[in-house]
Design a protein around this ligand. Structure first.
Ligand code: T4K
Length: 396
C-alpha cells in the first residue's frame, strides 16, 4: 500500500466521523422515555430514590456482595473509602493507573507510594510491594486494570502478612470474576466506576462494594451531606449522591450487561486474531480473571518491530478518525502533584516508564462494530507494511 492511501497524507479518512474509545452505551429512546416517565410521575429526582435503591439491590444480587453503595463517581468513592477505613500515613498503589487513584489519597490527606508494574499483565508488581512497606504504610490499593485483575488473593495474603489494610480501585472491572467470585468481594472494599466510558454506565457514577457491615454504615453516613437517619461516628461528610436519572440509566445498562459483554468479547477476539499477526503490536490479555468484561483493547507498540513509534501510530489513526489513546500517560510519579518526589522514583519504576511510552488503547464497546474493528486492523496492518515509507515521508 502506498502512503497516499493514508488520511495522514491527505486521503479520505477510513471513518466519516470520530470512532470514540470507551463503551458509550445508549439504550433505545423508548426505554429512556419509559424510565424518565416514571421519574416525572413520581416527581422525585434524588436522595435514596426508588430507582437508586433498586439499583443497589440489583448490584448486590449481581455481584453477590452484601453492600453496594452507589455514588456520583468512582473518584469520590475512593476518597470516601480512604476516609471511612481510617487510613493514615502512606498507601501503596501502582504508578500505572488513572490520576484519580492517587488523587483520592491526596484528598484524604494520605501520601501515595508508587509501585512498579508487571510488563506482561500491566498490573501491580506483587514481588515489589513488600520492599515498599514501612511503619507509615497503612494500606495497599490494588488496581484491577483493563478487565483483568491484580491478583486479589495474593494481595490479601501479602496485606495480612504485613498488617496493612487492602482495598481496590476496580473502575475497570465491573462484571469480572476471579475463580468464579465477582470482583467487588475482595479486600475491605472495592470501587467501580460507572462513567459513560465503562461497561456499566450511569453516564457518571460509581459504586462502593463491601462485605463489612461497619464500613458500609460509615460510608452511608459520609455519602450525603446531611448524614443518615442512623449516623455512625464520622468526622467528614461529602455529597456523593447518585440521582434517579443516573440510576435509571445504570439499571438499563445492568440489564444489557450480558449483551454488551458478549459484543466486547467478540470484538476483542477479532482484534486478537488480527493483532497477533502484526509484528511489534503486543495485545495485553485480561489476566487473573475467570471472566472478563473485555472493556478495553490495549497493546504496547514495539517501535523496532512495528517500524513506527507509538505516538506516530496514534497520529495515523487519528487522521483516519479512530480515537486511539496513550493511556496512561505519563506515569503518576511524573504528574504535577507528585513530581517533587521524582528523583526517588527515577530508577524504581522502569516498567511503568516503558509502558507509558509504548501503550495504546483502541476502540471497543457498544458503538463499535465488527466491520469497524476489521477496518482498524487493516489500517494497523498497512501501517506496519508501509512503516519505512511513512516514517521517511512524515519526517520531511
Ligand atoms: N480509577 C481508574 C483506574 C480509572 O480509569 C478511573 C476513570 C477512575 C478510577 C475514576 O473513575 P470516575 O471518577 O471517572 O468514575 C476517562 C473517564 O472520564 C474516566 O472515567 C476513566 N477512568 C478515564 C481512564 O478515562 P477522559 O477524560 O479521558 O474521557 P473522555 O471524556 O475524554 O472520553 C473518552 C472518549 O469518549 C473521547 O473520545 C470522547 C468520547 N466520549 C466520551 C463521553 C463521556 C463520547 O463520545 N461521549 C461521551 O459521552 O477520562
Amino acid at each position: 500500500m502506498s502512503t497516499t492511501n493514508f488520511a495522514l497524507f491527505g486521503a479520505k479518512p477510513a471513518f466519516d466521523k470520530p470512532l470514540p474509545i470507551g463503551q458509550l452505551y445508549f439504550p433505545s429512546w423508548q426505554r429512556y422515555e419509559a424510565a424518565f416517565h416514571g421519574i416525572f410521575e413520581r416527581q422525585y429526582y434524588n436522595n435514596n430514590g426508588p430507582l437508586h435503591n433498586k439499583l443497589e439491590e440489583k448490584l448486590q444480587q449481581f455481584l453477590g456482595v452484601q453492600h453496594a453503595i452507589c455514588v456520583s463517581n468512582a473518584t469520590i468513592g475512593l476518597m470516601m473509602v480512604a476516609d471511612a477505613m481510617g487510613l493514615s500515613g502512606k498507601v501503596i498503589l501502582p504508578a500505572f493507573t488513572f490520576i484519580a487513584s492517587a488523587q483520592s489519597l491526596t484528598w484524604a490527606g494520605l501520601k501515595p507510594v508508587f509501585c512498579d508494574i508487571n510488563l506482561a499483565t500491566h498490573q501491580i508488581a506483587l514481588d515489589q510491594i513488600s520492599g515498599l512497606i514501612d511503619k507509615d504504610v497503612s494500606a495497599i490499593m490494588g488496581v484491577n486494570l483493563w478487565g483483568g485483575s491484580c491478583n486479589p488473593k495474593e494481595l490479601s495474603k501479602l496485606a495480612a502478612a504485613n498488617g496493612v489494610q487492602l482495598y481496590f480501585d476496580s473502575a475497570h472491572a465491573f462484571g469480572c470474576t476471579v475463580d468464579g467470585v465477582s470482583i467487588g468481594n475482595f479486600g475491605d472494599a472495592e470501587v467501580f466506576s460507572f462513567h459513560a466510558t465503562k461497561i456499566l454506565s450511569a453516564t457518571e457514577g460509581g459504586c462502593i462494594c463491601t462485605n463489612d457491615e461497619n464500613l458500609a454504615e460509615r460510608l452511608r453516613s459520609i455519602r450525603p451531606s446531611y448524614g443518615t437517619d442512623n449516623p455512625v461516628s464520622i468526622v467528614r461528610v461529602a455529597n456523593a449522591r447518585m440521582s434517579e436519572a443516573q440510576a435509571a440509566i445504570a439499571l438499563m445498562s445492568l440489564e444489557d450487561f450480558p449483551e454488551n459483554q458478549k459484543n466486547n468479547e467478540t470484538l476483542y477476539r477479532y482484534y486478537e486474531t488480527q493483532l497477533d499477526t502484526i509484528p511489534g503490536l503486543h495485545l495485553v490479555r485480561p489476566t487473573g480473571v475467570s471472566f472478563s468484561n473485555y472493556q478495553y483493547v490495549v497493546c504496547s507498540v514495539d517501535e523496532r518491530e512495528f517500524g513506527i513509534p507509538r505516538d506516530l501510530l496514534i497520529e495515523i489513526l487519528k487522521a483516519e478518525n479512530v480515537v486511539a489513546r496513550r493511556y496512561f500517560y505519563p506515569g503518576l510519579h511524573r504528574t504535577i502533584p507528585y513530581v517533587n518526589d521524582l528523583s526517588y522514583y527515577q530508577d524504581r519504576l522502569l516498567n511503568t516508564d516503558s509502558l507509558c511510552a509504548s501503550c495504546i488503547q483502541l476502540p471497543i464497546g457498544a458503538l463499535v462494530t465488527a466491520q469497524s474493528v476489521e477496518r482498524i486492523c487493516n489500517i494497523l496492518i498497512q501501517a506496519h507494511q508501509s512503516s519505512a515509507e511513512i516514517s521517511s515521508r512524515y519526517e520531511k
